[in-house]
Ligand binder design. Structure first.
Ligand code: 5GP
Length: 189
């Protein structure tokens, strides 16, 4: 699981890791409207509130949370199938989601990404030109609290300052390969 405040580079890192490992990306369900350039069933599965509530009620989600005013959840089937087949699956989810997944799957590796500075975080989030000013402001305002919460919950294996993208990707890649080496060998046989 990869977590961290908005604008820290989580999506880019997840997609790079998926190509390197190889791993699959857990496509979350969300009530957030798509951003320009995002694709349904690739970045998220976009649903309305009723459909989200229906899925949740039918036990279709392994975890869910309200984040920045929208609902997000991880489809249960995709992770259960990946675990059963011995594949690596990468979840990009918030801290509350990480805690719920950790309860069910205690061996899950968790990484919390931090921005080098608040100024750099703001530069990145403004630079992607996908969110309105009030949305950006709301997300930046939450960063301090999220970082504090992450350091208190005791659920993260590693805290990584995402200063250099290549270094961050390599560090997570090494950790996953090291941790999963035995599983990879078994899958090869
Ligand atoms: P964004 O709207 O920027 O794509 O995501 C907002 C936040 O929701 C991020 O912190 C992201 O990690 C989190 N998030 C995305 N998908 C899920 C999910 O399935 N479950 C949970 N708990 N959080 C999610």
């Amino acid at each position: 699981m990869i977590s961290g405040p908005s604008g820290v580079g989580k999506s880019t890192i997840c997609h790079r890791l998926c190509e390197m490992i190889p791993a699959e990306f857990s496509v979350s369900v969300t009530t957030r409207p798509p951003r320009p350039g995002e694709k349904n069933d690739q970045d998220y599965r976009y649903v309305d509130q009723d459909e989200f509530v229906r899925l949740r009620g039918a036990d279709g989600l392994a975890e869910w949370a309200e984040v920045y005013g929208n609902l997000y959840g991880t489809p249960r089937a995709a992770i259960e199938e990946a675990i059963k087949a011995g594949r690596v699956i990468i979840l990009e989810i918030d801290i509350k989601g990480c805690l719920q997944v950790r309860e069910k799957f205690p061996d899950t590796m968790t990484f919390f990404l931090l921005p080098p500075t608040p100024e750099e975080q703001q530069r990145r989030i403004v630079g992607r030109k996908t969110d309105a000013a009030d949305v950006i402001e709301r997300r930046l305002a939450k960063a301090d609290g999220e970082i504090r919460y992450a350091s208190e919950v005791g659920c993260f294996n590693e805290f990584i300052i995402n200063d250099d993208l290549d270094e961050t990707v390599d560090r997570i890649y090494q950790a996953i390969v090291h941790n999963c080496a035995r599983d990879f060998r078994e899958a090869d046989q």
